[in-house]
Design a protein. Sequence first.
Length: 252
Amino acid sequence: MPPRTRLDGIVIRQQAIAEADVILSLVSADEGRADVLARGARKSSKRFAGGIALFSEISAVIEQGRGHLPTLVESSLHAAFLHMASSYGQLTLASYVVELAACASQPSHADPALYAWLRASLTLVETVSDAHLRAPRLAIEMGFLQALGVCPDLQACSQCGQDTAAGGTWQDADDGLVCTRCLHANPETLPPSLVRALVLWTLAPAEPPVDPLPPSAALRATEKRVAVLLGHVVPQTLRSAVALRDLLRFEA
């Protein structure tokens, strides 16, 4: 019998092939991204009744056979982060999360920080309202950048090194904040509340309550800087990012 191993991970992608098979992409803390073949998954709902749905955290038993991909033998469900009653906004934001994870994860490369971010972000998505997606999206993006180690230190001024508790201006995406002591206030100065939120989100994106963020010059400046940093690690345009941007156009 071919060797079998157990893999605990979150399903970030499903691809239908042949008549009844599905290729699942999983992200795990210890193995990075792994593609497995679920034979007959579309023909019988009982075949993998333990759960292989998108956005699900599962424990999978896989078998390495002669084929290119290992075969899924059985699965058990740990957590289902979204369900059929989830809103369009939640599904769009969750799709954005797993697309980011797919871009950043690598096969056979352990990345506990990325996995922790993925799990925390999907937990956060379950709590959001379609009317207020801007703050959760920023929280998810800031946590993602922190997990990859490309988020600048926002707790200290990039010029004088003192804390940014009184607010600051994020002039250059790669350099971080400049405090109000080093640069006089301008329309793009981030208020202390937004600075605190950004710092907290880099540490634990799902922990703090995510309050609505009213549109402002400071918020738009922040989103631009975050977009620049994301462009360094995700150069391609994500389909879910386009759909999410369309939703945010209607947010008050």
